[in-house]
Design a protein. Structure first.
Length: 133
């Protein structure tokens, strides 16, 4: 994480002294946690149609869809020989390796950028997208 996601603001920069890394399972951060994240979404994301609930749902939607997109990328990063946290490159790498699932991942990307404000379509999406994996 220090080499890929940190910036030294004060003191000695440790990044140059750390060993190099290769994209692969050791860099996977989201995929290992995805099942717990999905359970948290299911249990804690509110249901309802008030403006306050809609805002909470949008925040949960954005959070879980970013997790989905980045988890999808983590399935491909060793083959891609690259690492990124940026959502669009995550999507394109996944879509290249899993073209049959590309439309669903595109929907996840769209919701990560412009989140939905109702829970039901999100639950349906996560149930459908997770089936068969």
């Amino acid at each position: 994480m220090i080499k890929t996601q940190s910036l030294c603001l004060w003191g000695e920069d440790l990044a140059p002294s750390l060993p190099g890394y290769r994209p692969g399972p050791a860099l996977a951060a989201h995929a290992h946690q995805l099942q717990a994240d999905l359970q948290a979404f299911q249990a804690e994301c509110p249901e309802g149609d008030t403006a306050e609930m809609a805002q909470d749902i949008r925040e949960w939607c954005q959070w879980i869809m970013k997790r989905v997109v980045r988890s999808g990328f983590e399935l491909t990063m060793a083959r891609e020989r690259t690492y990124t946290r940026d959502l669009y490159p995550c999507y394109t790498a996944f879509a290249c390796h899993y073209p049959e699932r590309a439309p669903q991942m595109r929907q996840a990307l769209q919701w990560a950028i412009a989140p939905a404000d109702t829970k039901q379509p999100l639950e349906q999406f996560l149930e459908d997208f997770g089936a068969g994996w």
